[in-house]
Design a protein around this ligand. Sequence first.
Ligand SMILES: [Zn+2]
Length: 314
Amino acid sequence: MSHSARWRHWRTRIRIVAILDAIGRLQEFRVRGPRLVGPCPIHGGDNPQAFSVHQERNLWFCFTRCRRGGNVVDLAWLLSAQSWPRTARWLEQLAMASPDLTPLETSQTGHDPGERSRLFRPYTRHLLLDPAHPFFRKLGLTPETVSRFEAGAWHGKGLLQRTVAVRLHDLEGNPLGYAGRRLDPAEVRDRGKWTWPPHFPKGDGLWNWHRIDPDGPAGLVLVEGPWSVMKLWQADVPNTVALGGVYVTQAQRRLMARARQLTLFLDGDEVGQAATTRLVAQGLHSRLRVIQCPSGTDPADLSETALARLLEPI
Ligand SMILES: [Zn+2]
């Protein structure tokens, strides 16, 4: 990638909230309409109104000492003691660590769902997917499980080319289209792990919601991705939903509030661990149970026995 392409990649791929999260400051921020407001991480003051982040535009401004603003690259540069090599290394890591974020043009930030929904067009056609692809075998997912969750490799052309796809539904189970997990490492590096339908309102629902019973006695398990949902289903934990990332919108929070207990079970990488800390601090649910996935693994990497042991009722 050229320099300008790399910059554009960072600006559209990395959210300012991911930077605040990475430096452990996100808990200090409060939602104010389309903005997040908190103390300035650059000059280090404690005025809780000093620093404002516009989530949709992915821009920031410090109204007190710095009296300046900019985009995500400017912020990383100022937080890296104005060293370009350090800034570039950090942003590259963040871009790699958050590959499942939708690009900002179609991002879900938990406000004004109306506008997004108007742009999104459901795709209701059923695609013939291959549930026996080696990608699933490596995760220990059987073709029966993969078919049950309407997933599989797509061998055709178009948006889902060179992906393994999963079907998306609204809360009532009406089909909305497909999301694709890219398989080509070069494409993953340049464009992220996942491809979503244009303007898909990801933050309005939770993947697998229409197949579970949110009011059931076992409560709800929350994971990052669909493969973990499938693996837990094989381990006899059926009430699992996926965020499609680590960010929780108000709409998703309201859905989860219906469950009598919520078990948070995010990936064991740095992003998942940081998100777990943040969601616990934010009081994600009134009866929240946290399960730490072993470092460097996803729930989908674990055996059914290991999963059953981790999720055992206390
Ligand atoms: Zn400042």
